[in-house]
Design a protein around this ligand. Structure first.
Ligand code: SF4
Length: 90
């Protein structure tokens, strides 16, 4: 049976949206000692997720490379958010 990459991608998007604090007000995101610009990363990742949501909606089927890339981007950005104290411990 062919693995369902569309479902895997949907699950990944949901997981990233749960883990990453989108919608944090700018006043809380910005600080005096940023380790990488959390604000820009949040915007970038949000655009990536929106783009994939649109593509899935249009019937595009992602491949394993697409999923791996988005997972990697999500993990990297999560680490920066964590360093900047913007994610709550699980
Ligand atoms: S580097 Fe980014 S997150 Fe940090 S203060 Fe500047 S705009 Fe805000």
């Amino acid at each position: 049976m062919k693995p369902d990459t569309t479902t895997a991608m949907r699950n990944l998007i949901a997981e990233i949206r749960r883990a990453i604090p989108f919608g944090t007000p700018m006043a809380s995101v910005c600080s005096d000692n940023c380790n990488g610009c959390s604000m820009k990363l949040l915007e970038f990742l949000d655009m990536e997720l929106i783009d994939w949501e649109r593509r899935l909606h249009a019937g595009e089927v992602p491949n394993f490379g697409d999923i791996a890339r988005l997972a990697k981007t999500g993990r990297k950005i999560y680490q920066v958010m964590k360093k900047n104290g913007l994610v709550n411990p699980p």
